[in-house]
Ligand binder design. Structure first.
Ligand code: FAD
Length: 384
């Protein structure tokens, strides 16, 4: 274990797909680091996905560098992927410490460090298990811990049940309950697919859903990622890549489609009342439960003292949004953020982040990533 009082060349926060990929590549480059993860056990957000989500239901999990993911069978994703991650950590001896929650990251280790060369000073990382110091940071904290529910007047008066994707209890819980599903993304489509065959559902979305009738090609995927890159390049808050790829129905959703669950979609209501929701035209629908499939925000509150956010509200990344280095502070890499917020994107970003760390350390004259370190950008085939 690294000396808790010393200054590490790098610290990775989060041990999901993005953090493990970054750690793997840092290790290949010979850069000493620690991975601090808030969870009790391996698996990242996948540990917390609902029991009814099987490997057959997930949209696809990219492989961690050099290691095939679990098969697309009937096993629960919340056991198969954590086991895959645990084996990966063990096999590659990745230096993960858990449970350690990072509470905040400060720009300089102490006041004295924040002189003329503040950007080269060590970062102070305050955690639930004490303070660490590092020259660089790779943030890989995902979004799962920051569910987003939009505010609608009257929400607190509702007498029924409300859930977000994070606490979805599985379809059986809703049997016999008239359920309103809110959201225009892949999760809402999946929930309707599971609930419409067993209970009465109503679907509401803010915008008209965009259905993809053609095959989802790699060109379409590249264009979707490019759109999020453009936002990040401008320092805007990133949008979910999945939200711009268009929606499609899989075999699991055909029964709900036959029942008309997707065709009967309505625009957003205006307010929530004790027993249901009301639209601007005065119409009312009684409901027993509301399921908010309204997405997530990046879990980056602990980075606030670094002042990375642009005036536009997001964190601007280098290389026109295709890189992982924060423009405001080259010590910081963000992976699993914006365009890299998918398992395949997270893998690529992990590699780019390790290169970014090495670039910074070399520039700062740190011996940790010396001339003997191999080049992750040139010595390994693309994770794609
Ligand atoms: P996570 O897996 O969320 O890992 C983040 C880690 O950081 C966690 O272990 C957490 O404990 C830790 N952490 C967070 N905050 C702190 C802190 N302050 N201190 C220390 N540790 C911290 N993508 C796909 O490619 N295919 C799919 O099929 C797919 N399905 C999805 C289904 C749902 C419902 C959702 C919400 C997303 C899905 N995605 C999918 C997106 C995909 O899950 C993510 O892009 C990817 O898994 C995220 O990996 P990550 O490493 O960025 O974050």
């Amino acid at each position: 274990m690294a000396d808790p009082g010393g200054i590490l060349p790098s610290v990775v926060i989060g041990a999901g797909q993005a953090g493990l990929s970054a750690s793997y590549h840092l290790q290949r480059l010979g850069i000493e680091h620690l991975v601090l993860d808030a969870d009790d056990a391996p698996g990242g957000a996948w540990r917390h996905r609902w029991d009814a989500l099987t490997m057959r239901d997930v949209h696809g999990v990219a492989e961690l560098p050099g290691s095939a993911p679990p098969p697309r069978d009937g096993e629960r994703a919340n056991t198969a992927i954590p086991r895959y991650f645990a084996e990966y950590e063990r096999e590659h001896k990745l230096p993960v410490e858990r449970p350690v929650r990072v509470l905040r990251v400060l720009p300089a280790a102490s006041r004295d460090d924040a002189g003329a060369d503040a950007a080269a000073a060590p970062l102070r990382i305050e955690t639930s298990a004490g303070t660490r110091f590092a020259r660089t940071l790779v943030n890989a904290t995902g979004t799962w811990t920051r569910p987003f529910i939009p505010h609608y007047p009257g929400a607190e008066t509702f007498r029924g049940e409300q859930f977000h994707t994070v606490d979805y209890p599985g379809p059986e819980h809703f049997r016999g309950s008239r359920t309103l599903i809110v959201g225009g993304g892949a999760s809402a489509v999946q929930f309707l697919g599971a609930l419409a065959p067993i209970t009465d559902t109503i679907w509401v979305t803010r915008r008209e859903p965009v259905w993809r009738t053609d095959e989802f090609t790699s060109e379409a995927g590249i264009e979707a990622v490019a759109m999020v890159e453009r936002r990040v390049a401008e320092g805007l808050p990133p949008q979910s890549v999945v939200s711009v790829t268009g929606l499609f129905l899989r075999e699991q959703e055909r029964e709900a489609e036959r029942l008309g669950a997707y065709a009967a979609r309505r625009p957003m209501f205006e307010r929530i009342e004790e027993r249901g929701v009301r639209w601007a035209d005065g119409s009312f629908e009684p409901v027993d439960a509301i399921l908010w499939a309204t997405g997530f925000r990046p879990a980056i509150g602990h980075l606030a003292p670094l002042g990375l956010r642009s005036a536009a509200g997001g964190i601007q990344l280098d290389r026109a949004g295709r890189g992982t280095t924060a423009v405001a502070d080259p010590r910081i890499q963000l992976v699993g953020y914006g365009p890299s917020a998918s398992t395949i994107g997270a893998n690529r970003a992990g590699r780019a982040a390790a290169s970014g760390v090495r670039r910074f350390l070399r520039g700062a004259g740190d011996g940790a990533a010396g001339a003997g370190a191999r080049d992750a950008e040139t010595s390994e085939p693309s994770a794609a």
